[in-house]
Write a protein that binds this ligand. Structure first.
Ligand code: TXA
Ligand code: MG
Length: 349
């Protein structure tokens, strides 16, 4: 399949590309597009066959439902009801990195919801994404635009790398500003429950909903008896090709341990990459050191996380060592993604 790639620099001047991509969506094709969290791989959410193409292009397990993207806060045509608390969350955080789970109407095909009675919906905060949805004239089902299991793409080049030849169209925009996927909140239960931490932090949600709960299965190591409520959270995910190991401890011990492991690998003729904050980078003088940004602003770390994992793949290293982060604010989402990318290989020092 030939994939057209178009970069949008100015939404007004480049409107023809957007119209072209919207026509493809309307006619049942598949288009990768930017959002503020990560790039998405979109198709008409109401068209069963179009949605099937997303699963095939990504190699995505059939039991993993898709998030439906909308360009307006009025979602009455898609869901049975919008509870008061869901409406409050929508008013406060849309457009933005928050997905809300609600009971779906019949109009949503089972393929989109992976046979669940519910769907996840979000209104992205990205001009290109919103315009694409508007011009398509339909809600757009979109998972992240990567081959299943790989780190999500935050730059158009990574969508091209994974999906060129597998989909109809790739729309490029700016680098994704948030860098980790949306927070998912289940509003079919009372009180609501966070199923995936993301760009909207738990602390921000608590300002609107004091008694919000968090799915225990998404914190810490996977537990056979605890099944995550978002089907996708049970898969190994976000993973670079190299083995990733997380080093967790105070600053001094983390530095010492990383240097010790690096030394061991180098003595065995292996290539090592180190992911760490600006504050720690200068303490490592062997291995390939990649900065994730300053520890003072974890949003920078979130923004750089997936791209850095992919850079490690480009460097063809044998192992990646990464420091742990405080699970506060967006740190909770960062650690959730890192834990999964590492297959929970965490060394406490
Ligand atoms: O930021 C994002 O949410 C990005 C961009 C493209 O919008 N999308 C994204 O989609 O991360 P994806 O497919 O990579 O992750 C969707 C997650 C999966 O873990 C899935 O199981 C969960 O959302 N999910 C979707 N619908 C659900 C539902 N009805 N109930 C529970 N979990 C659901
Ligand atoms: Mg994904």
């Amino acid at each position: 399949m030939e994939t057209k790639v178009a970069i949008i620099k100015d939404i007004n001047k480049d409107i023809e590309y957007l119209k072209e991509a919207a026509d493809i969506i309307y006619n049942g094709g598949v288009v990768a597009f930017p959002t503020e969290t990560v790039y998405g791989l979109g198709a008409n959410a109401l068209n069963d066959e179009a949605v099937e193409k997303i699963f095939n292009a990504k190699g995505r397990p059939q039991d993993n439902p898709l998030i439906v993207h909308v360009s307006s806060k009025n979602i009455n045509n898609l869901v049975k009801d919008v509870p008061e608390i869901a409406q409050k969350l929508i008013n406060r955080f849309w457009p933005g990195p928050l997905t809300i789970i609600l009971n779906k109407k019949e109009i949503i095909p089972n393929r989109t919801s992976a046979n669940l009675d519910t769907i996840g919906i979000r209104m992205p905060n990205d001009k290109i994404a919103l315009k694409l949805i508007e011009l398509s004239g339909c809600p757009i089902a979109a998972p992240s635009a990567n081959i299943s299991g790989r780190p999500s793409p935050t730059e158009v080049e990574r969508c091209v790398e994974d999906l060129c030849g597998r989909i109809d169209y790739i729309l490029g925009g700016e680098r994704s500003n948030v860098g980790v996927e949306s927070t998912i909140v289940d509003c079919t239960v009372d009180p609501p429950m966070v199923l995936r931490p993301g760009g909207v932090t738990l602390e921000m949600l608590q300002e609107v909903c004091e008694d919000i709960k968090i799915d225990k299965a998404i914190q810490g190591k996977p537990d056979k008896n605890l099944k995550p409520k978002a089907p996708g959270m049970k898969y190994r995910h976000y993973a670079p090709k190299a083995k990733l190991k997380i080093i967790k401890g105070n600053k001094q011990k983390t530095i010492e341990k990383i240097n010790e492991i690096v030394q061991n690998y180098i003595e065995n003729q292996k290539e090592v990459a180190i992911l760490s904050t600006d504050e720690l980078c200068s303490y490592f003088n062997k291995g390939k050191v990649i900065s994730l940004g300053s520890e003072k602003n974890l949003y920078d770390v979130a923004r750089n996380l997936f791209e850095s994992l992919r850079e490690c793949d480009d460097l063809n290293v044998d192992i990646i060592l990464c420091q742990a982060f405080d699970e506060k604010g967006v740190g909770l989402a960062i650690m959730n993604r890192l834990n999964k990318a590492a297959g929970f290989d965490i060394l406490e020092v």
